[in-house]
Design a protein around this ligand. Structure first.
Ligand code: 7MF
Ligand code: ZN
Length: 872
């Protein structure tokens, strides 16, 4: 059992490091790292450094080689018992980047060297206090064979470069900003560069460089444009200017995560950089802009102000996700991204919050920090900061972020410091609010409505509760901002006056719930209104407001909050699906709900609506979200119900769907603005419904769209529709796609994922065939995610096949990856952790696989923590 690290045990590091000089003699299987650093004592104690998988070649203190008796080394630490109050330390280590399949520390990808140090990868490069509150100034020299590695990069500014007479060359980089070691980066390789520049609002010119392999040069324009948008937006929205003279982004194809905000030298998974209309979908374009923004915004929220310890991870991640969400909303100018974010939160973060790995936004303990880069820390963390903004209002919130940045610039701080800045600018007491950081679980709010016709008053009684989570049996009430509006029978919003107030204050109010139960009475209410609550999803809660079908239909067409308008439709759809599941469970005959079908038709025909919002409205709730409402999840029934509904909506509205598909055909030049993307989204949604019905005529439309190959969005939509509906043309379509794209790894990932997510009987066998094909590569995280990850996390009906074959398949890969890449292994494993949600037979099958993984020899800490906690 791995050790547990506790927040309550935090102690400051007893030394300060003035600066560090790093030398890398880069060779694939044997790289020598020399680290020379200047130290000062802060408090008593031995000098303890972290280090893993390092070969110690030399250790000198103030120029003197230390004797074996002067220090101790074990698998994780180097300890020097006696050091003076100020000293220079010189450490030489030998590492093997080519043998590094965990992709943590220094490794080789596609023949190039690169690094990933967050959270604790720096300790695989040299002995060092690998914790974010130890900050120092880095000077880095890279030495490598010039012909193989013409480009040598590290953080900060280039201060020297030159050739040596042995065929090697060198470059020295200096980063003037003190930083924690998790922000260190280097890259060495054969890369091409596109260059641009940005002038900050104070008039400084920043060189922008994007490094890719030469054949990818034609796919960099969107990433570069996104970077410039992000830099301008952060100045405008948060008053944040960039601080170095150069900003570099490098795309690599083997990367454990999305991207990394290393100071001045971001390293990106190539899927979040490379895009052309031929190879990237609209969703890819939007994701690239968001991730480029996210990493750029970290330069202030993460780098200039960093985390004191890893328990504070959401300090930088929650805040930065909110910032990238605001950026995406500003760039698209629509409610679509908000809807997509909430979909993700409700389908997956709610699951996490209700499972054995549930943890607060600021966890109190962990075994392996890599397991805490979660939807809770990121997405719920962003919701928590968004709630602060809702409570304070945009102006005070901005004052709060200004204060936070100026007060803590150059420091490593806590989520408490962030909330304190908000308290100081607003004068508000937010101590109860901090429970959002401390308590896990999704609060549930029930609503009781009472209209008093005689008094003309309307009372909402709200009650909150939160289920227990591991280590937290009882929860205290949360401070919940609930945006609310009331509509009269004609759909006009009422002016809202609460009992006791002199005058109404607008048509939307933020009700602040801080106790288990609170009532709000609105006066001057002439007739019973329809309430619209939790507008814009103002808090990450489950709202149980039992509106009847008629009221939901009313809000679907009248609510002036686009999010809640969408939400009303989703609730109606959810209700219809849950009724269908009941019918299936009692062997009844399903039927298409007439009211729902009529609402579907009205929305499809609504010419006043943004096509993208129509598409959102006509997308049925995800199977994972429906599962949240069942005591025992029945993946088969959920899938059949959703499929039934899709097919019958397709039959019922065939003409309108076809018309819309034809009407939105766009023969003009390809554009990626929000309007063009919205049209493609709606058009392809129609195609999906049509192909689902399975007749020859619509299938030939899909084949036509596929063959026309206008852009990857339309091609993928057609291919997905054909493959997922089991169309007879699917093999031919897949073969053609493979022939066209087998050389492009990112496009081939899509080809794998489409097949892995097909909700059809033969999918697992097909997935196994694909895993055995030469295109599959266990060492490439994108490929593993596109096949094994897609199958187990995005294909519930096949993964949960009653015979348990899906579970065994996943476990086989977790076992293999445990040795190769523990981070990926542990992430893949998460669907199995949800075993308690299923029937007894599936529970047994899932547990068996967890137990099988649990007894692996050499179980990694990552996998051990997840298995251990889910079997507890
Ligand atoms: C947008 O947070 C949102 C989230 C850590 C790695 C990127 O910048 C990061 C890194 C993980 C999971 C999600 C994201 C990142 C990481 C991410 C990327 C873009 N500090 Br793990
Ligand atoms: Zn981040």
């Amino acid at each position: 059992m791995p050790d547990t690290i506790y927040l309550k045990d935090y102690t400051p590091y007893p030394f300060q490091i003035e600066n560090i000089d790093l030398h890398f003699e880069l060779e694939e299987s044997r790289t020598r790292v020399t680290a020379r650093s200047r130290w000062q004592r802060r408090s008593a104690g031995p000098l303890r450094l972290d280090g893993q998988e390092l070969q110690l070649a030399a250790l000198r203190l103030d120029g003197r080689q230390l004797a074996a008796a002067d220090y101790t080394v074990d698998a994780d630490t180097l300890t020097i018992a006696q050091v003076p109050d100020a000293f220079t330390l010189e450490i030489e280590t030998i590492i093997n980047p080519a043998g590094n399949t965990a992709l943590e520390g220094l490794y080789v990808s596609g023949g190039n060297f690169c690094t990933q140090c967050e959270a604790e990868g720096f300790r695989k490069i040299t002995y060092f206090p690998d914790r974010p509150d130890v900050m120092t100034v880095y000077t880095t020299t890279l030495i490598a064979e010039q012909s193989k590695f013409p480009v040598l990069l590290s953080n900060g500014n280039l201060v020297a470069e030159g050739e040596r007479d042995d065929g090697r060359h060198y470059a020295t980089w200096h980063d003037p900003f003190p930083k924690p070691c998790y922000l260190f980066a280097l890259v060495a390789g054969d890369l091409d560069c596109v260059e641009d520049s940005f002038t900050t609002r104070s008039g400084r010119t920043v060189a922008l460089r994007l490094y890719v392999r030469s054949h990818d040069l034609d796919k960099t324009a969107h990433a570069m444009a996104s970077l410039k948008h992000a830099m301008a937006w952060d100045e405008e929205a948060y008053g944040r200017e960039y601080d170095l003279d150069i900003y570099m982004i490098v795309a690599v194809s083997d990367f454990n995560m999305g991207a990394m905000e290393n100071k001045g030298l971001n390293i990106f998974n190539s899927r979040y950089v490379l895009a052309s209309p031929d190879t990237a979908t609209d969703a890819d374009y939007v994701a690239i802009e968001g991730v480029i923004g996210h990493e750029y915004f970290h330069n202030w929220s993460g780098n200039r102000v960093t985390c004191r310890d890893w328990f504070q991870l959401s300090l930088k991640e929650g805040f930065t996700v909110l910032r990238d969400q605001q950026f995406t909303a500003a760039m698209t100018g629509s409610a679509v991204p908000r809807i997509d974010d909430v979909r993700l939160l409700r389908a997956h973060q709610f699951q996490e919050d209700a499972g054995p790995l549930a943890h607060p936004v600021r966890p109190a303990s962990y075994q392996e920090i890599n397991n805490f880069y979660t939807l809770t820390v990121y997405e719920k963390g962003a919701e928590v900061v968004r709630m602060l903004r809702t409570l304070l209002g945009p102006e005070l919130f901005r004052k709060g972020t200004d204060l936070y940045f100026s007060r803590h610039d150059g420091q490593a701080v806590t989520t408490d410091d962030f909330v304190q800045a908000m308290m100081d600018v607003s004068g508000r007491d937010l101590s109860l609010f901090k429970r959002w950081y401390e308590q896990a679980g999704t609060p549930r709010i029930t609503v009781e409505r009472r209209y008093d016709a005689a008094q003309g008053s309307y009372t909402l009684t709200l009650r909150q509760s939160c289920p227990p989570s591991p280590g937290q049996e009882r929860k205290l009430p949360f401070h919940i901002p609930l945006r609310a509006a009331l509509f009269d029978g004609k759909g006009a919003p009422l002016s809202l006056r609460l009992a006791g107030e002199a005058a109404p204050a607008g048509t939307e109010r933020v009700l602040e719930l801080t106790e288990e139960e609170q009532s709000y009475t609105f006066v001057d209410v002439k007739a019973e209104p329809v309430p619209s609550l939790l507008r814009g999803f103002s808090a990450p809660v489950k709202l149980a407001l039992e509106l009847d079908d008629g009221e939901l239909a009313f809000l679907m067409s009248h609510d002036n909050d686009s999010f809640n308008r969408w939400e009303a439709g989703q609730q109606l759809a959810l209700r219809v699906m849950l009724r269908l599941i009941d019918v299936l469970h009692s062997d009844g005959r399903p039927a298409l709900d007439g009211n729902f079908s009529a609402a579907f038709a009205r929305t499809l025909a609504d010419g006043t609506l943004d096509p993208a919002l129509i598409a959102e409205a006509l997308t049925l709730p995800a199977e994972e979200y429906v599962a949240e409402f069942l005591a025992v999840v029945d993946p088969q029934a959920i899938h059949v119900a959703r499929q039934y509904l899709r097919r019958n909506l397709g039959f019922a509205h065939r003409e309108a769907l076809l018309d819309t598909w034809q009407r939105l055909t766009d023969d003009g030049p390809y554009r990626i603005d929000a309007a063009a993307m919205g049209q493609r989204r709606l058009r392809n949604l129609c195609l999906g419904y049509l192909v689902e019905m399975g007749n020859d005529e619509v299938r030939s439309l899909a084949m036509g769209q596929l063959r026309a190959g206008a852009n990857m969005t339309d091609v993928m939509a057609a291919l997905t529709a054909l493959v997922h509906s089991g169309a007879p043309e699917r093999s031919e379509a897949l073969a053609a796609f493979h022939a066209r794209w087998h050389d492009d790894a990112l496009v081939l990932d899509k080809w794998f994922a489409i097949q892995a997510t097909a909700p059809l009987p033969g999918t697992l066998e097909q997935v196994k065939r694909l895993a055995a094909s030469p295109d599959f590569n266990l060492k490439n995280p994108n490929r593993v995610r596109s096949l094994v990850g897609s199958f187990s996390a995005r294909n519930p009906v096949c993964f949960h096949a009653a015979d348990g074959a899906g579970y065994a398949f996943l476990a086989d890969y977790v076992c293999e990856l445990n040795a190769l890449n523990p981070q990926i292994a542990s992430r893949l494993l998460t669907p199995l952790t949800q075993w308690r949600r299923y029937d007894a037979a599936r529970q047994t099958l899932m547990r068996e696989q967890l137990e099988r993984i649990g007894v692996l020899p050499a179980l990694s800490r990552d996998v051990a923590e997840v298995v251990g906690k889910s079997l507890k």
